[in-house]
Design a binder for this molecule. Structure first.
Ligand code: 13P
Ligand code: SF4
Length: 327
């Protein structure tokens, strides 16, 4: 008699991930995913994952996923006791600011960000002295200390709306110079910029995009606004990671190049098998610090708990909440 094999939850997940993860590798991931699910229940925990997380995290254990703005909103809404942030440190810190009484865990404290490292609270205070009365808009890719010195935060998906919400002629926009230069093309507000850059997006060149158009005829080029201006000038669409993902699912281009971090293409391709993804991409070494074994360990040991000094948190929270009120 033929025996029907019971398919597990991880078998079902693997059906979708098969093109991206070899079977032998899935054999390592599957028990980790099962163990993480069990610990999530035990801890009443939720895993929030950024769009740059690897497919086994993004499609395997994330309860919710999205861009930086979506993650902040999800963190503000969650009813779970514990939030595991599968992303980088500033994202976990933002989740903590919005949930001072919950436990927020980052699976690896080394998951930093070159933009967050480019500026300190003291730098913002000096800028305020140099430009008295000019409001400060700060990208969420910063420390809580920098957010605390700011009037309002923004992400790549709401930067223009946040800048314009202030009703000011001039705004100090920190710290991403390229995002700021892109916002300048979308608004009449004068922006004073800082020279912070994302180490992943600054490596793309206009030549890369021109070459892609020649090599992959008909390709649609989607670029993140952290890329240099000459790269954005070659792109068909500029938007946050979630905006790029939405572009693919709603417009269904035949062939696409996402000018951003590598895992994005894998994650979006899973849900859009009809689109061909070409992949000259760059890896974020910080995002790649987060792995399934570290997420599991994080839940088992309740480490690493994100803490923010109370006074800094109070001021930083105000800047994040103002952003959420705008867009
Ligand atoms: P978004 O997902 O908000 O577009 O940000 C991209 C990024 O580089 C996050 O670190
Ligand atoms: Fe920071 Fe760039 Fe990595 Fe995002 S991709 S975490 S902005 S270094």
């Amino acid at each position: 008699m033929l025996q029907t094999q019971t398919r597990t939850r991880t078998d079902v997940i693997y059906d979708r991930l098969r093109p991206f993860i070899p079977e032998i590798e899935w054999g390592v991931h599957a028990p980790l995913i099962e163990a993480i699910e069990a610990w999530k229940t035990k801890r009443n925990a939720v895993v929030l994952a950024h769009n740059y997380q690897t497919p086994e995290i993004f499609h395997g254990v994330a309860d919710r996923s999205g861009d930086s703005l979506a993650l902040a909103r999800m963190a503000a809404e969650t009813t779970s006791d514990v939030i595991v942030l599968a992303g980088v440190h500033f994202m976990a810190e933002t989740a903590k600011l919005l949930n001072p009484n919950k436990t927020v865990l980052i699976p690896d404290t080394g998951a930093g960000c070159s933009l967050a490292d480019s500026i300190t609270g003291a730098d913002v205070r000096l800028l305020r002295e140099r430009y008295p009365g000019v409001p400060v808009v700060t990208y969420v890719n910063t420390s809580a200390e920098v957010k605390a010195e700011s009037d309002v935060c923004c992400t790549s998906s709401n930067a223009v709306a946040v800048v314009e919400s202030l009703g000011a002629d001039r705004v100090i926009f920190l710290p991403d110079e390229y995002l700021g230069q892109w916002v300048r093309t979308q608004t009449d507000v004068e922006l004073i910029l800082w020279q912070g850059h994302c180490e992943v997006h600054e490596r793309f060149t206009a030549h890369d995009l021109r070459e892609a158009r020649t090599r992959y005829p008909g390709v649609t080029l989607l670029a993140h606004p952290e890329c240099p201006p000459e790269v954005l000038a070659e792109a068909d669409f500029v938007g946050s990671t979630s905006a790029m993902s939405h572009y693919v699912s709603s417009r269904k281009p035949e062939r696409v190049l996402m000018v951003t971090e590598c895992s994005m293409s894998d994650n979006v391709q899973v849900d859009n098998p009809g689109t061909e993804f070409v992949r000259p991409c760059n890896l974020c070494p910080h995002m790649k610090q987060i792995t399934l074994p570290k997420i599991l360990r994080s839940l088992e040991t309740m480490t690493h708990q994100v803490e923010v000094d109370e006074e800094i948190a109070r001021r930083a929270r105000r800047a994040v909440e103002r952003m959420l009120e705008v867009a």
